[in-house]
Design a protein around this ligand. Structure first.
Ligand code: NAD
Ligand code: MG
Length: 410
């Protein structure tokens, strides 16, 4: 039988960070549903080759790259093949393709603080925001959630744990209101059980952690991801950022969230209810599942992910996280308790520290030391203006650079 084109309008989607791990998985899912989605814009930092291939395949209206020289290079390549895609350059253009009137959905998959402004632009334009870029929410918390509510955006978590929690949360009340977000009410919810694989060093002798190499740190046992989030998973900073992310997304305090180390990464997180029920979302560790869920919600879409073979999984283990081994998780709790300025400092310092570790300028166990010191220099309280957020981010990056320079001199 020939595929039948259903009677529905195509959703236009912008993918911020198209050339990354999440971006590529998103395009993989979209390619399976050509009658439901159309790619409006693809963006990248510098990976022109990959972006060029993606433009050839998906024919977006726009391709955006951050710097002028890369934009010219890409435009030349596209011109040579007679592509209709228009190339734009610069940070402002990232915001434009997020907020554009023709766009329905925005996949926020830029890594780090660089994703904040275009992701916020999508929320302010009332789009369906598929949020992978957790750093944006860690930095802007209340301000971001306020923008979602004020502008009737639909916020769907793509981070696998938060997507799992969303799936296990109480069903939305059918009150006919538009602009529903993740905060569907917590009727009967006692605790959120946020699972963590524990990363590659969960069982290493503590003394060996100072010798960890970048290659070892990015080799995650269960997931294939970008380099920054892979290091974050190895330090458990990723779990720290995710605790903060969950607080904002679901409107809860850290007291309602328990981190559970679950090395098989089969349960992606759980919600525990006051009647003793614990609901879990399970599946193979493949980001196409949460991506398809976000794209299709409230319906389900095929994703290309293989069915879970429970006999191959065979067992599910659970442990408490070790905060001595993983001080980054403790620092994230401390930062969230201190307030918004501290979480911005935590995130900025972590980004600088991870980069320095990947460049072999510092050791693995220097990462938490740098972050702890930079957090000390952050302002107290919580910013309520975007400008204040950006200034704290810049100040903390500068403090982190000073820290690195000082270390180099000793
Ligand atoms: P990645 O490094 O593979 O890709 C990052 C993307 O962002 C690339 O397209 C890159 O070109 C773009 N980018 C990087 N710096 C930029 C800048 N300064 N300006 C504009 N664009 C820039 O990262 P990833 O693993 O795909 O992760 C993306 C985001 O999703 C991160 O916030 C990560 O925490 C989150 N996330 C990823 C996974 C995963 O499985 N990879 C899972 C959950 C959450
Ligand atoms: Mg995650």
């Amino acid at each position: 039988m020939k595929p039948v084109k259903p009677l529905q309008t195509l959703k236009n989607i912008t993918i911020l960070g198209a050339t990354g791990s999440i971006g590529a998985s998103t395009l993989d899912v979209l390619a399976r549903h050509p009658y439901q989605f159309r790619v409006f814009a693809l963006t990248a930092n510098r990976n022109i080759e990959r972006l060029f291939e993606q433009c050839q395949q998906f024919q977006p209206d726009y391709a955006v790259v951050v710097d002028e020289a890369s934009a010219e290079q890409l435009a030349g390549l596209l011109r040579d093949i007679g592509s209709p895609t228009e190339v734009l350059a610069g940070r402002q253009a990232l915001e434009e393709v997020s907020a554009h009137a023709s766009v329905d959905y925005v996949m926020a998959a830029i890594v780090g603080a660089a994703g904040l402004l275009p992701t916020l632009a999508a929320a302010r334009a009332g789009k369906r925001v598929l949020l992978a870029n957790k750093e944006a929410l860690v930095m802007s918390g209340q301000l971001f959630m306020d923008a979602v509510h004020q502008h009737g955006a639909e916020l769907l978590p793509i981070d696998s744990e938060h997507n799992a929690i969303f799936q296990c949360m109480p069903a939305a009340k059918a009150d006919g209101q538009s602009g529903e977000t993740v905060q569907r009410g917590l009727a009967g919810v006692e605790r959120i059980l946020l699972t963590a694989s524990g990363g590659p060093f969960r069982e290493w002798p503590l003394a060996d952690l100072s010798e960890v190499t970048p290659e070892q740190a990015v080799a995650h046992p269960n997931w294939e991801m970008g380099r920054k989030i892979s290091v974050d998973s190895a330090t458990l900073m990723n779990k720290g950022l995710e605790v903060i992310e969950a607080c904002w997304l679901f409107g809860v305090s850290t007291a309602k969230i328990e981190v559970v180390v679950h090395p098989q990464s089969t349960i992606h997180s759980m919600v525990s209810y006051n009647d003793g029920s614990v609901l879990a979302q399970m599946g193979n560790p493949d980001m196409r599942t949460p991506i398809a869920y976000g794209l299709g919600w409230p319906e389900r879409l095929t994703s290309g992910v293989k069915p879970l073979d429970l006999f191959a999984v065979a067992r599910l283990d659970f442990e408490r996280p070790d905060l001595e081994r993983f001080p980054c998780l403790r620092l994230a709790y401390e930062a969230h308790a201190l307030g918004g300025y501290a979480t911005i400092a935590l995130n900025a310092a972590n980004e600088v520290a991870v980069q320095a570790f990947l460049n072999r300028s510092i050791a693995f166990m220097d990462i938490p030391c740098l972050i702890a010191d930079v957090m000390q220099s952050a302002q107290t309280g919580t910013p309520n203006q975007l400008e204040e957020i950006i200034i704290q981010d810049e100040d903390s990056r500068q403090a982190a650079s000073f820290w690195l320079n000082k270390k180099k001199m000793h």
